[in-house]
Design a protein around this ligand. Sequence first.
Ligand SMILES: *Cc1c(COP(=O)(O)O)cnc(C)c1O
Length: 458
Amino acid sequence: MNLPFAESYKIKMVESIRRSTKEERLKWLKEAYYNVFNLRSEYVYIDLLTDSGTGAMSDKQWAEIMIGDESYAGASSYLKMKAVIKELFGFNDFLPTHQGRAAENVLFSLLVKKGDIVPGNSHFDTTKGHIEFRHAKAIDCTIDEAFDPTLDYPFKGNLDLNKLEKVLQSNPIEKIPMVVVTVTCNTSGGQPVSMQNLKDVNALAHKYGTKVIFDSARFAENAYFIKIREKGYEDKTIKEIVKEMYSYADGMTMSSKKDAIVNMGGFIGFRDRKMYEEASVYNIMFEGFVTYGGMSGRDMNALTQGLLEGTEFDYLETRIKQVEYLGEKIKSAGIPLMQPFGGHAIFIDAKKFFPHIPKEEYIAQTLVTEIYLEGGVRAVEIGTLLADRDPETRENRYPALELVRLAIPRRVYTNSHMDYIAATVANVFERRETITRGLKILREAPIMRHFTVELEKI
Ligand SMILES: *Cc1c(COP(=O)(O)O)cnc(C)c1O
């Protein structure tokens, strides 16, 4: 018999979670006004709200916590992090920050001016936010294949070189401070960018005289997909692939809450010493001195160890196979979802799930609440609530896709939990015709309403 695949770790510490009854969940959901952001975490059995900062640290990371150096300047924890960033990404200089958006804030304070244009592959919300906040414009140059939810294409995170060249050609280059490449592309569903594309984007950007910055939260998952899917990389280690990927970048911003498997932290990596020196001024203003930037020494230690573990093939294989395992289970129940499966999450196509619910009744949010009611599983809406209202007309913006995201925390749940999640979703699917109406808004904030919106069942 072939031995089955199994996890590349064993469990040394556990945290209890509690199953609740449907009656309890209905009460809690009403009290939360049908918004799962308002639920207490103890009312959730399996929490798939996000994979950000929710991972489990290893014994070695916890050991590193104990030997952190809390010196204000020149701490050994900083120097250790610097050495690993150099080893993995090839960057001589870096600045620590408290999380990914802080890295964006520091770097974009230096690079982005009013009226600028920043092309990229479906910029992440905070990235776009930091660009628009500076009265600049983010232009999406993702390939068209990315927008077909069931098209099986290996690198749906790729940039369309023609779209990118058009932007670079038709604007004065001094208005384009950088091209941002997000690896993997979160907004398009955790889809990877190929090595060839990274290389081509770099060549194109440099030909026109601008820089390439990688938004790097899930860089290791991207490297795993290159190894598995791109010809010529099957025999390379993840660390070798990462090194080559970053040879095509001039710098990076990193949310360490994802692939560095820590609960908080981030950094900026620089190829150019001068850019590092100029950005240091903003780091000192917003984050902290250049050798700690919003992080404790112990946290830099855990992050550094997390970078080394997060780029181990065995860890990544366990991680991505678990996401796939869940995807296959849900798919085999006949439930419509986005394919190929992303690195960190499974996305259910809520419009196809509930074709009879009108879009005005928040289809994806309705599915989120039904999944919670069914099994105490907390997912998140990527649909009309998230898309917000048009700032001018104040009408709802209805996105092409209404999605429910099941994001899988790293090293936290077992495949029995995946079975439970799949069964929960399948049970809702079985009774989908009995769910004929959606939700109505009672109260909402003028922007970013999805976090605090209050709803009721129609
Ligand atoms: C999470 C994330 C960010 C922002 O990082 P935070 O640590 O949440 O501030 C930026 N870009 C991408 C692609 C992300 O996934």
